[in-house]
Ligand binder design. Structure first.
Ligand SMILES: *[C@@H]1O[C@H](CO)[C@@H](O)[C@H](O)[C@H]1NC(C)=O
Ligand SMILES: *[C@@H]1O[C@H](CO)[C@@H](O)[C@H](O)[C@H]1NC(C)=O
Ligand SMILES: *[C@@H]1O[C@H](CO)[C@@H](O)[C@H](O)[C@H]1NC(C)=O
Ligand SMILES: *[C@@H]1O[C@H](CO)[C@@H](O)[C@H](O)[C@H]1NC(C)=O
Ligand SMILES: *[C@@H]1O[C@H](CO)[C@@H](O)[C@H](O)[C@H]1NC(C)=O
Ligand SMILES: *[C@@H]1O[C@H](CO)[C@@H](O)[C@H](O)[C@H]1NC(C)=O
Ligand SMILES: *[C@@H]1O[C@H](CO)[C@@H](O)[C@H](O)[C@H]1NC(C)=O
Ligand SMILES: *[C@@H]1O[C@H](CO)[C@@H](O)[C@H](O)[C@H]1NC(C)=O
Length: 468
C-alpha cells in the first residue's frame, strides 16, 4: 500500500512538473492495479464517454483483485450489460477525499439514475462513513462494504479511490427484504395477508421512486401483527401497512432529526425522536438503519407502529416497557416464522440492538453534502504548477462560495485540511517532491460527534449475483 501511495504521488508530481494533470481515463490506464477496470471501461463506449467527460466527481475504482473476485463469483456479469450501471454507480457527484469522510454517514448521489436500476431522484447513493476502526468505508447495496486500497488519487476534475471490492448496485426492496435476515417481517407480511394477490397496494409502493420504509422485524412485532390480523378488516390492514411508508422522500439516518414528523402513505404522521444515541420512530427503535434499496432506504425497527400513538420512547430515566396494544397476545398463538428459524433471526436482531446503531447522533444532514461538494478539483494546465502547494483555486467555480472550498487543498499530491499546518512547503513544492512518499501524515480521525461503533452485523457480505 505504501509503495502504491508513493507511486500515485510520483505520477502527480511528474505530471504537474510537466505542466499537465492526469485525467480520469489516464488514471485507469496508468495504475497497474486498475488494468482490469481499464479493459472493461475501454470495451464500453458509454463508460468511456462518461468517464472522459465527467467533472466534479469522486470515482470509486475497483482494483484488479476486486474485479477478479467478483467475476469469479459472478461470471459474465461485469463484462455485460451490468458494466455501465456499475461504472455510473461508482461515479459520485462532488469531491470526497478521505479527509472529508467522518463518523457521521454521508449519502452521496452517484451518476446512476437509470430507472432499470435505481429510482432515487438525483441518482442512487453510496454511503461514506468512517468505520469503527477509523477506516473509510463505502457502503452500497445489501450492506456491502468497500474500503480503499489506494485512496485520494487526484486527477483532472476529481479524485479516485481505488477500492477492494466491486460496488453492489442496490436491489429492489422486495429482493432486499428477501435477502436480508428479515424473517419476522416476511412472517408479518404473511400473517397480515400482505402477500395475497388482492393486496395490490403492496407491490405498488415497493416500486415507486423515493420512498423511506420502516420495517418491523422482531418477535414482538410479529405477535402484534398476528393479533391485528385477527381483528382487522382488509381495509384496515391496508391503512396499517401504509403507515410504515413515507413516500416522496428518501430519509437516510442523518436526515432523521429529533422531533421531525414524516407524513406517511396512510396520511398521518410518524414522529422521530433521537435519544441516547438511538433513533426512534414513534416508540419503536431503529435497530438497523440505512439499507440502501433501488428506490430509497429501509430502516429496520424493533416493533410495530401505532398511528394512534405517536409518542416517542419512554424517558431515559424510567424503565417502562413499550406498550403496543395488540402485542398482548400470548406467545402460544404466534405462528412459526415461515422463513428460517426464529432463533437465528432473534440473535441477529439483538446483536444489532446491542451495538446501538446510533448513527443519527450529531445529525448534520444534507447541508454537509453541499458544503463538502464544493471540493472540486479543476486542475487546468495553467494552474497545475500551483496546485502542489496552493489551496485549490475556486475562482472558476460557478456559484461556489469561498469558505467551504478553502477547507481542503492539495499539497504535493495529497489532500489536506486547510487548518492543518501542511508539510511545510508553502511556495515552490516541486523542489521537494523527491520525499513526497514521506508525506503520509497521520491526521487521525476528523473531530466529530461521539457516536457508538457501528454494528458488527454490517460486515461485508457476499457478492451474490442478484446484486443487480
Ligand atoms: C481500447 O480499445 C481500442 C479498440 O476498441 C484499442 O484500439 C485501444 O488500444 C484500447 N485502449 C486501451 C487503453 O486498452
Ligand atoms: C449506451 O448509450 C446509448 C445512447 O445513449 C444507449 O442507447 C445505450 O442503451 C447505452 N448502453 C448501455 C449498455 O447502457
Ligand atoms: C464475459 O466474459 C465471459 C468469460 O469470463 C465470456 O464467456 C462472455 O462471453 C463475456 N461476455 C461478454 C458480453 O463479453
Ligand atoms: C460539485 O458537486 C457537488 C455535489 O453535486 C455540488 O454540490 C457542487 O456545487 C459542485 N461544484 C461545482 C463547482 O459545480
Ligand atoms: C451522469 O453523467 C452524465 C454525463 O456527465 C450527465 O449528463 C447526467 O446528468 C449525470 N446523471 C446524474 C444522475 O448525475
Ligand atoms: C423504477 O420505477 C419504475 C416505475 O416507475 C419501475 O418500472 C422500475 O421497475 C423501477 N426500477 C426499480 C429498479 O425498481
Ligand atoms: C379481537 O376482538 C375481540 C372482540 O372485540 C376481542 O374480544 C379480542 O380480545 C380481540 N383480540 C385481540 C387479539 O385483540
Ligand atoms: C445479502 O446479504 C445476505 C445476508 O448476508 C445474503 O444471504 C444475500 O445473499 C445477500 N444478497 C445478495 C443479493 O447478495
Amino acid at each position: 500500500m505504501k509503495p502504491l501511495r508513493t507511486l500515485s504521488l510520483w505520477w502527480l508530481a511528474t505530471l504537474v512538473s510537466h505542466g499537465g494533470a492526469i485525467t480520469l481515463l489516464q488514471v485507469l490506464q496508468t495504475y497497474p492495479q486498475l488494468s482490469s477496470l481499464n479493459v472493461l471501461v475501454n470495451s464500453s463506449a458509454n463508460a468511456t464517454a462518461l468517464l472522459a467527460n465527467s467533472n466534479n466527481f469522486t470515482f470509486l475504482a475497483p482494483s484488479n483483485d476486486a474485479i477478479s473476485k467478483f467475476t469469479n463469483e459472478n461470471p459474465g456479469v461485469l463484462n455485460g450489460t451490468q458494466l455501465f450501471p456499475n461504472i455510473q454507480y461508482g461515479l459520485l457527484q462532488g469531491g470526497y477525499p478521505t479527509l472529508s469522510i467522518t463518523k457521521t454517514p454521508q449519502f452521496i448521489h452517484s451518476n446512476l439514475s437509470n430507472p432499470n436500476y435505481a429510482n432515487v431522484t438525483g441518482g442512487q447513493v453510496v454511503e461514506l462513513v468512517l468505520g469503527s476502526d477509523g477506516t473509510p468505508e463505502f457502503i452500497t447495496g445489501n450492506g456491502s462494504i468497500s474500503t480503499t486500497t489506494t485512496p485520494d488519487v487526484v486527477c483532472v476534475g476529481g479524485i479516485v479511490h481505488i477500492i477492494n471490492s466491486v460496488l453492489s448496485v442496490p436491489v429492489t426492496t422486495v429482493l432486499e427484504i428477501t435477502n436480508a435476515p428479515l424473517e419476522y417481517f416476511v412472517s408479518i407480511l404473511n400473517v397480515d395477508n400482505y402477500l395475497s394477490a388482492s393486496a395490490t397496494y403492496v407491490n405498488q409502493i415497493l416500486e415507486v421512486p423515493d420512498v423511506t420504509y420502516f420495517i418491523p422485524n422482531s418477535a414482538a412485532a410479529l405477535a402484534g401483527a398476528t393479533a391485528l390480523a385477527q381483528n382487522s378488516s382488509a381495509a384496515e390492514l391496508e391503512q396499517i401497512f401504509q403507515y410504515y411508508i413515507v413516500p416522496g422522500s428518501v430519509n437516510y439516518s442523518p436526515m432523521l432529526t429529533n422531533g421531525m414528523n414524516l407524513k406517511t402513505q396512510q396520511g398521518t404522521d410518524l414522529t422521530i425522536t433521537l435519544q441516547d444515541g438511538d433513533i426512534y420512530v414513534n416508540s419503536a427503535k431503529v435497530i438497523k438503519p440505512d439499507l440502501i434499496v433501488a428506490n430509497g432506504v429501509v430502516h429496520v425497527i424493533d416493533n410495530l407502529l401505532n398511528s394512534f400513538d405517536t409518542a416517542g420512547p419512554p424517558a431515559p430515566t424510567t424503565s417502562v416497557t413499550t406498550s403496543i396494544p395488540a402485542a398482548s397476545i400470548t406467545p402460544t398463538s404466534m405462528p412459526t416464522p415461515s422463513y428460517t428459524s426464529s432463533g437465528t433471526s432473534n440473535s441477529g436482531m439483538s446483536t444489532g440492538a446491542k451495538a446501538g446503531l446510533g448513527v443519527g447522533v450529531g445529525v448534520v444532514g444534507l447541508a454537509l453534502l453541499g458544503i463538502l461538494g464544493f471540493l472540486l478539483f479543476r486542475h487546468r494546465k495553467n494552474k497545475a504548477a500551483r496546485t502542489a502547494s496552493v489551496p485549490w483555486d475556486n475562482s472558476s467555480m460557478s456559484g461556489a462560495t469561498a469558505s467551504p472550498f478553502n477547507k481542503f487543498y492539495v499539497q504535493r499530491g495529497q489532500v489536506q485540511r486547510q487548518e492543518d499546518p501542511g508539510l511545510g512547503l508553502q511556495s515552490t513544492g516541486m523542489a521537494h517532491v523527491e520525499d513526497a512518499g514521506m508525506g503520509g501524515r497521520d491526521y487521525g480521525q476528523i473531530d466529530g460527534p461521539s457516536i457508538p461503533p457501528r454494528s458488527p452485523s454490517r460486515a461485508l457480505r457476499g457478492d451474490g449475483k442478484t446484486y443487480f
